[in-house]
Design a protein around this ligand. Sequence first.
Ligand SMILES: Cc1cc2nc3c(=O)[nH]c(=O)nc-3n(C[C@H](O)[C@H](O)[C@H](O)COP(=O)(O)OP(=O)(O)OC[C@H]3O[C@@H](n4cnc5c(N)ncnc54)[C@H](O)[C@@H]3O)c2cc1C
Length: 393
Amino acid sequence: MAGSGDKFDIVVVGAGPVGLSFAASLAQSELKVAVVEQQSLERLADPVFDGREIALTNASIRILRELGAWDAIPASDKSQLEGARVLNGSSAFALCFDPPSASREPLGVLVPNCRIRDALFKIVRSQDHARLLCGLSVVDATNSHKGAVITLSDGRQLTARLLVAADSRLSATRDLLGIGADINRLGNSMLICRVRHERVHHQIAVEWFDHHQTIAMLPLMQGVSSLLLTLRSNEADRLLAFEDDLFLMELTNRCRGRLGEMTLASSRHAYPLVTTWAHKFWAPSAVLIGDAAIGMHPVTAHGFNIGLSAQRQLAHRILAAGRDRRDIADPDMLRKYESWLRRSAAPLYYATNILVRLYSGEHPAALLARHVGLRVAQHLPFVRQGISAMLRR
Ligand SMILES: Cc1cc2nc3c(=O)[nH]c(=O)nc-3n(C[C@H](O)[C@H](O)[C@H](O)COP(=O)(O)OP(=O)(O)OC[C@H]3O[C@@H](n4cnc5c(N)ncnc54)[C@H](O)[C@@H]3O)c2cc1C
């Protein structure tokens, strides 16, 4: 049975960057919110570097600024992205993406994931409306039109008018709610680390689709880039087990000297690649946000950007319902959130998946298609500008 201290208007499962931003977006309300997170409070208060450098769009920066998180991130952790180049195999041809010449804004800004989490955590912790329940996971959840009951790993039960699942792309809460998802395990992993290098990066990112591997080089501070190497998972595991000097030698060979001499500048991290799309984004008294709703392939760097704008949409609808004394779990409102998210995320999600298939295939038809595709895109300015605009949204 839930005690009176365990009754909430909203229970958010997952204090990742999307769950935290959603909780922070509700600060203007009188709603009683709980955020349940399996990691300890100490871990959340001091998140460790996880390799991810999140390319934030200008729209995301505006949302983080509204939440008070942008100014809480040190300037030294913000690296401007002034352009991007896409390369294919050993060809010298590059497809170029640059901000429009009239724009003074960069394509985006790279910020370590741990710094975004840190800033959002401090904001939520300082707010009175939200209670953080850390070191606990959700082991059961039931829902009906009347509300949701959430059972935690310590046996405690919480009740909520609305349960919000923000517990990653392999969301256990989504499963407990009986919502299925298309889960696509790609058999590849992304190996990530920072490198210090000889050549100047001019704040330009490089995405290089080579045979049996993809390398992305994201420009951070002067002389430092984040290197993302996508390989078959067994190959990635083999490299991850190498000693530092052997690992560096392997990286240097694979980059074929593009960055000049390199040294390792961080720990290494590996992410098995899985894309997900939930069959529904809501159920009675429950809703999905962030990766629990849509888990994008990282190659177009948009998972968090989409999750951030979607949580804002949902929070605005809930705040409006609260102000008008309407139900904050109104099915019609949740349905509208769902169709908004489908409409705004589907083009990028499916375009990204096609791009991944085209650029990771080794079939001669795929090799020819990518060779032709890059040249066609370069000569059709509306394609490049369309993609740039989509990436800058
Ligand atoms: C290599 C890589 C690079 C990326 N680069 C970019 C980029 O450049 N731009 C971009 O926009 N996006 C990028 N992304 C995507 C971005 O990282 C995700 O979209 C974002 O982290 C999703 O946030 P989230 O809060 O929904 O989920 P998560 O970050 O997965 O957080 C989920 C939280 O829920 C907690 N949790 C899980 N299960 C439970 C449970 N049962 N009970 C309680 N708590 C639970 C977890 O501990 C975690 O804290 C990248 C992703 C990867 C892997």
